[in-house]
Design a protein. Structure first.
Length: 510
């Protein structure tokens, strides 16, 4: 709050808790929509008659669009006011969710998800900011606690809810359920929070910076999504997109560093600690998100899990993280955050390394236990890494730094999603071609099957299924190995961060 703004009394009674409930719900559905589609990709791909790889565009389009608008939130609120921006974003989120639910083609669904992601980006930081404005100062801990609770519950509920809806109803409902929630949140928050509007600063609009940001991020993501289908750099389209992404990125850097009122303040990267922390966060989140997207695809495609079962299984990560987060938040206020981050990422890397010995004979708990252990380590990475990054910048730069950090984290997750699905399918094809020649060289298995009464066609079908299952399992384990190595290496980068010279309360920064 600026010194020129009048001091407003906090809300009390039912108004306080009603506003807190709906602000938290806004944060919840924005985060939930990042994961609700993870277990629904195969259902959506089947419903729209596209491949699973194309189906992951539903995830990446939302993540990229959200990544673009998160760092712009500070600029939008300064120009139009935090309450107005929040209410408009909330209403737009509901409208674009409805468009996504009514989609009959992949192209329109991806378009709707882009709009949905752009509307969802401001909801996370603004819900936190407004909660702190309406709560009495002595209850600020309760405000951030409510917000952090929804931040942790969202990733848990997303896979469960998405799987249950796909198994019991139809996939459009994973988006349509947002409409009544968004409408109620927008209306209640506008009625209750109007007097908490922030002072408006009429800074010039950095149109060039905004356009350049969209161009290079969009070109990069389309290149990654379409690369496999167009045979990568043998295609002039992919080459063209790569050139646009590189030139657009360089132009964006030059413009934002020289613009007086940049839409994204890149100057915070002058702090070595912030740059090193963001590098660590981006690499770690890319690895974690890659494994998290792959797991439900593998379980549903080749382990005979339903969408609900896959959602319940992957939700274990969030459940165990939920219980360890409060203790880690307390430790990060007292300990060197670099030690906690190093331990957390190393833990994630070692557990992922353990996942490289997976087999097709695994029971439910064989799959779920490593995910539970991953969840125990997640808060050790997420919470203190934020403290290390924001503790490395000047206090007045905290908002810009938080926006950029979230942008890099979200963008790295979107890029990882595109790359992991392409790599996985390529490895499955390569493994299959190798296994075909060695699976039954002496026709021992084939002869056993035919001697048991199977026809030639049935025996060949069994062998084909064995080859496919083992090809997928090998590809999955190989990818987990790549992720594990990536995580272990990224853990070391945190030591490039100087010890933060101030403690940052990260209970509300995610």
């Amino acid at each position: 709050m600026s010194a020129n703004e009048p001091t407003l009394q906090p809300l009390t009674g039912w108004q306080l808790w009603a506003a807190a409930l709906f602000l938290s719900m806004a944060n919840l559905i924005a985060i939930l929509d990042m994961t609700i589609a993870n277990v629904s990709v195969l259902t959506i791909a089947g419903g729209l008659a596209v491949t699973p790889t194309q189906g992951t565009w539903v995830i990446t389009s939302y993540a990229v669009a959200e990544a673009i608008t998160v760092p712009l939130t500070g600029w939008f609120t300064a120009r139009y006011g935090s309450v107005k921006v929040f209410v408009v974003a909330m209403a737009a989120f509901g409208l674009f969710s409805a468009l996504a639910g009514m989609s009959t083609s992949l192209g329109f669904l991806v378009f709707a998800r882009v709009l949905q992601g752009m509307a969802g980006g401001p909801l996370m930081p603004l819900s936190q900011t407004l909660l702190l404005r309406i709560f009495p100062k002595e209850k600020a801990g309760a405000a951030t606690g409510i917000w952090a609770m929804t931040t942790l519950v969202g990733p848990v509920l997303g896979p469960i809810l998405g799987g249950w809806i796909c198994d019991n109803y139809t996939w459009p409902w994973i988006f349509l359920i947002n409409l009544p929630i968004a409408a109620a949140c927008a209306w209640i928050c506008w009625k209750v929070l109007q007097r908490y509007e922030t002072r408006i600063v009429r800074n010039p609009i950095d149109v060039v910076g905004f356009v350049l940001l969209i161009i290079w991020v969009g070109a990069l993501q389309i290149m990654l999504d379409e690369g496999k289908n167009l045979d990568w750099f043998s295609s002039p389209i992919i080459v063209g997109l790569a050139v646009i992404a590189v030139v657009g990125f360089v132009a964006f850097l030059i413009w934002e560093f020289t613009e007086e009122h940049p839409i994204v303040d890149l100057r915070v990267f002058r702090h070595r600690g912030f740059s090193a922390a963001v590098l660590t966060i981006s690499l770690t989140f890319a690895g974690f998100f890659a494994a998290n997207v792959l797991t439900p695809l593998w379980l549903q495609s080749f382990m005979a899990y339903t969408a609900t079962d896959a959602g319940m299984t992957t939700a274990w990560i969030g459940i165990t993280a939920f219980f360890t987060a409060p203790a880690v938040a307390a430790m990060s206020m007292k300990m060197d955050p670099r030690k906690l981050v190093f331990f957390g990422i190393l833990w994630l890397g070692l557990i992922t390394l353990y996942r490289t010995i997976a087999t097709t004979e695994m029971s439910y708990w064989d799959v779920a236990m490593p995910l539970m252990l991953l969840g125990l380590g997640m808060p050790f990475f997420f919470i203190p890494s934020t403290a290390a990054a924001l503790g490395s910048v000047e206090e007045e730069e905290t908002n810009s730094a938080a926006g950029l950090m979230n942008f890099m984290r979200t963008l790295s997750g979107a890029i990882a999603t595109s790359m992991v699905t392409t790599y996985w399918e390529d490895e499955i094809t390569r493994n299959r071609s190798e296994l075909v020649g060695v699976i039954d060289p002496g026709q021992v298995i084939y002869n056993q099957l035919t001697s048991q009464g199977m026809t030639d066609a049935q025996a060949l079908l069994v062998l084909e299924r064995m080859v496919t299952e083992q090809s997928v399992m090998l590809a999955t384990n190989e990818l987990m190995l790549v992720v594990a190595v990536m995580l272990i290496v990224s853990a070391c980068f945190i030591w490039l961060v100087p010890k933060p010279n101030r403690v940052v309360d990260t209970s509300g920064v995610h």
